[in-house]
Write a new protein. Sequence first.
Length: 133
Amino acid sequence: FLPPTANGWGASGSAVDQITAVFTGLIQFPGGGTWYALERNDDWAYIAIDINEDDTFAGAEIGESRSCCRQHYLASYVNINPTIHYKFKAMFREGFGGNYMNFYWTQNTAAPSEPAAVDRVLIGGESLFHIPE
């Protein structure tokens, strides 16, 4: 979502401190099977993907991290159909200081226990779509 630098939105100051950003839309996984969502952020991140397509985000569909500045495992998504565009919501909260938010995915089964050690791919624009009105 944003570059993995210490100041993704610019240097610390009143314009980039104490902010919250919410992103909604559709997401398409690059392949089928089980995928693990990871993040690296400063200061708080949340992702929810409506895998069962019931127009709600609940339980295992939600991943949250309230910890700064390291790679964190968020959630597992199983039985993914790569042809479906799933509804998603991602949120970011910045307190003060550095600011960045990155969401990644991987199929490496070590992701829940060793999130910093696994190969991962930044979820890029080619996988994100707007919700038609």
